[in-house]
Design a protein around this ligand. Structure first.
Ligand SMILES: Cc1cc2nc3c(=O)[nH]c(=O)nc-3n(C[C@H](O)[C@H](O)[C@H](O)COP(=O)(O)OP(=O)(O)OC[C@H]3O[C@@H](n4cnc5c(N)ncnc54)[C@H](O)[C@@H]3O)c2cc1C
Length: 396
């Protein structure tokens, strides 16, 4: 019987892991199944563009995995039973259970509501495609009437506010954030950001904590009421509750606790990649949720799986945090590098060159999903048959 590898989620981390493993492990030894809620690869980095009215290119997963032997299962995962090594799914045909020998958990994250009342009922977000499409429909419905308030002052809030402002110049847009807008940026990047918000006419309310969202307004902790026909909630990401409910060891924020090789510390045989994993980066700080982190953690997880299943020494790969690329509409952007302590450097790439760099990164990322070995010739390893699959846990 073949060793059954099940990959949960086909976002940046899951699609990479599945494609890479299919090219590195012998097809006579392993059977790889990917379970994903959608039949397409969703470019999450472009969901603010989708919400603002742009049409994204369809990237069917069946095409991305063509010729690899990967089985694709389009279904919603409802539960992971890590004791019985099984996953519960639901799709158009009903419920089903899938058993595994090795699990790759890469379900990503969703919008974090931080327990603020009214967010679930009244706010829109851009953390998943269905949500981005709901916001798009709402913005179309508003036409040039009504106000939009974006909540949050970090990357997704900045990208969403500027994208909507550029695509819907007639809609008045405000942004409310607990701290400062892009307060972590270096001085040059921040000046550029504030000038851009000014150019788009986005009204910024800093040091404003939102305590409640209502149907046509948002209420701050100090009682200030902001009129908002549409509230866009972009105040960070949270891991899907499936991880904690499965019995896997998780951190206070719900991310799965892993060793340095991305193995669950509580359940060997479960490997984690992308936003769902809590891992300390090379700089000694938690690795941020990002597309680049999905690539680095995916690279480490696949190295561990190959090592553990074939009896080879597991290579420790790097987990760096180098900076952020931020779009400010379609023609403007920022590329902020960080130093070895994760602090923004004084300089930054700004304007059109930054927008071009970001476009190149996005295009390269999409290309790399079909070429996870980056064009290097595939060498397929056979599984070790003579030893137990009992990987040694490596401290994070
Ligand atoms: C609008 C926006 C802009 C962003 N911009 C940037 C940026 O510029 N740079 C950057 O580095 N990061 C950016 N990010 C963050 C980045 O998208 C994430 O860090 C990255 O997607 C994480 O990859 P992942 O594979 O862990 O998760 P995802 O890409 O979210 O993939 C998870 C997959 O799991 C599937 N899934 C989830 N739950 C279930 C379930 N129950 N059943 C079945 N399938 C399920 C999803 O459909 C998805 O395909 C942005 C995010 C958003 C929302």
């Amino acid at each position: 019987m073949k060793h059954r590898i099940v990959v949960l989620g086909a976002g940046y981390a899951g699609a990479f892991c599945a494609g890479y493993l299919a090219r590195r492990l012998h097809p006579d030894d392993v059977e790889i199944t990917v379970v994903n809620a959608e039949s397409d690869f969703v470019e999450r980095l472009r969901l603010h563009q989708l919400a603002a009215g742009q049409n994204l290119r369809h990237r069917p997963l069946a095409k991305i995995f063509a010729g690899t032997g990967i089985r694709l299962r389009v279904a919603r995962i409802t539960h992971v039973d890590v004791e019985r090594r099984a996953v519960d799914l639901v799709d158009g045909q009903g419920v089903d259970r899938l058993e595994y020998d090795t699990l790759v958990y890469a379900l990503g994250s969703t919008a974090a509501d931080h327990g603020v009342p009214g967010v679930a009922e009244h706010a829109f977000h851009v953390a998943a495609r269905p949500a981005a499409l709901r916001l798009r429909a709402r913005l179309d419905e508003l036409g040039d009437h009504g106000k939009v308030l974006v909540v949050g002052g970090n990357l997704t809030a900045i990208e969403a506010a500027t994208e909507i402002a550029e695509a819907h110049p007639g809609i008045p847009i405000g942004l409310a954030t607990r701290g400062e807008l892009g307060g972590w940026l270096g001085p040059k990047a921040r000046r550029h950001l504030l000038r851009t918000f000014d150019r788009f006419g986005i009204e910024v309310h800093e040091h404003t904590t939102i305590a409640r969202v209502e149907q046509a307004s948002v209420v701050a902790a100090d009682g200030t009421i902001f009129a908002a026909d549409t509230t866009v909630w972009t105040a960070g990401f949270a891991v899907h509750p499936i991880a904690a409910a499965s019995g896997l060891a998780v951190e206070a924020n719900g991310q799965i606790t892993v060793d340095r090789h991305m193995r669950s510390v509580s359940h060997p045989g479960v490997y984690v990649a992308g936003d769902s994993a809590f891992i300390i980066a090379d700089n000694g700080l938690p690795l941020p949720m990002s597309c680049a982190s999905a690539g680095f953690t995916g690279t480490q997880a696949t190295a561990a799986i190959i090592g553990d299943l074939t009896g080879r020494k597991v290579e420790t790969t790097s987990l760096p945090y180098v900076g952020n690329h931020i779009s400010l509409g379609r023609k403007d952007g920022l590329f902020q590098f960080v130093d070895g302590d994760g602090r923004s450097m004084p300089g930054a790439l700004r304007g059109r060159p930054a927008a071009r760099v970001k476009a190149t990164i996005l295009a390269f990322t999409a290309w790399s999903l079909r070429h996870p070995t980056l064009g290097k010739p595939s060498h397929r390893y056979r599984l070790a048959t003579t030893r137990e699959h009992a990987p040694e846990v490596v401290a994070a």
